[in-house]
Design a protein around this ligand. Structure first.
Ligand code: ADP
Length: 182
């Protein structure tokens, strides 16, 4: 978990490889569907472009499907999900049905000024339609309102592993590795 620009995607790819698990990024799945102009992509696109979350029922159904695939059976890393309290509840149900559990929730912390700066830099090369300054700022607000409360939920469950996300990707990756249970 972490706000937009915290480096979730970069760290998630490395961490999934390290645990030999499926890397499940809801943002990536939505973008693939937008690129292929599937029905899901057409639904998701207008929310993404506005920096809003895609409705929970759409996202939850997509994740339920993805987690049921073979490559996610032994281990998986969720990147960008859950982001709402409704998604937390649904994820609990999905995992119960699959007979699976979460081992931990890694949250990257980065100060807001740095986040905006990183996203504006990324905007120059990403081609992402949601990397414009207004939308970037709106995505930060949505994160604070909708997603930040989830940190307390996972902290109460004893699952939260908070990691300083400032510094180079390698430095942050090393911090994550050191913070994980052996
Ligand atoms: P970022 O964290 O930089 O916003 P992501 O690639 O994780 O980038 O997500 C991009 C967009 O995809 C989000 O702004 C949102 O519209 C949509 N999205 C991704 N994950 C979710 C989710 N769990 N629930 C709802 N919408 C999501």
């Amino acid at each position: 978990m972490g706000p937009p620009g915290a480096g979730k995607g970069t760290q998630a790819v490395a961490l999934a490889a390290r645990i030999n698990g499926a890397h499940i990024s809801t943002g990536d799945i939505f973008r693939e569907n937008v690129a292929r102009q599937t029905e899901l992509g057409q639904t998701a696109q207008r929310y993404m472009d506005a920096g809003e979350y895609v409705p929970d029922e759409v996202t939850n159904a997509m994740v339920a499907d993805r987690l049921a695939q073979d490559d996610a059976r032994d281990s998986f890393l969720l990147d960008g999900y859950p982001r709402t309290l409704d998604q937390v509840a649904k994820l609990d149900e999905i995992l119960t049905d699959l007979g699976s559990t979460l081992d931990g929730v890694v949250a990257l912390t980065v100060v807001e000024d740095e986040l905006i700066g990183r996203l504006l830099e990324r905007a120059k090369v990403s081609g992402r339609s949601d990397d414009t300054e207004d939308v970037i700022r709106h995505r930060q607000d949505v994160y604070r309102t909708e997603t930040e409360p989830l940190l307390a939920v996972y902290r109460d469950r004893g699952l939260l592993i908070e990691v300083d996300g400032m510094g180079t990707p390698d430095e942050v990756g090393k911090r994550i590795a050191d913070a994980l249970p052996a």
